[in-house]
Design a protein. Structure first.
Length: 135
């Protein structure tokens, strides 16, 4: 496990932080019974958009809010927003490889995504059960 001061994760790991944020947000939407439409379904509402733009629209409407400069991770549940940055950064640090070469690629080779998702279930449960205070 890699340890960082005050949950300050180096930016090289932010791709994993964003990915974990998407998992958390999609899980919270699922708990609310909200189905995320696929990009081709969004084409009916946005006929002038190409597939890449439809993916971006899907992420904007149904994804986490992530600040790539600061690593701030905000998710929504019901009508509230939650900052899960600290908890998520701790999960990333726990599940990321300590070999720099493993995290330089465009894949998740240097990151144990399944274990991180298991760890993130606590964040999801805390939000769902009202233990995590909204912003």
């Amino acid at each position: 496990m890699i340890r960082f001061e005050n949950s300050e994760l180096p930016q090289i790991y932010y791709k994993y932080l964003w990915l974990l944020g998407q998992f958390i947000q999609h899980s919270l939407l699922h708990l609310q019974g909200i189905r995320i439409p696929e990009p081709p379904e969004l084409a009916f509402a946005y006929p002038d958009k190409h597939p890449g733009e439809l993916i971006n629209i899907q992420r904007e409407l149904y994804g986490c809010h992530f600040d790539w400069d600061t690593g701030t991770l905000i998710v929504g549940y019901q009508d509230a927003q939650f900052d899960v940055s600290v908890e998520a950064k701790d999960i990333i640090a726990k599940n990321v490889s300590n070999k720099l070469i493993d995290v330089l690629g465009f894949d998740d080779k240097g990151f144990n995504f399944n274990s991180a998702c298991d760890d993130a279930l606590e964040i999801i449960e805390n939000i769902k059960n009202g233990y995590k205070l909204p912003l």
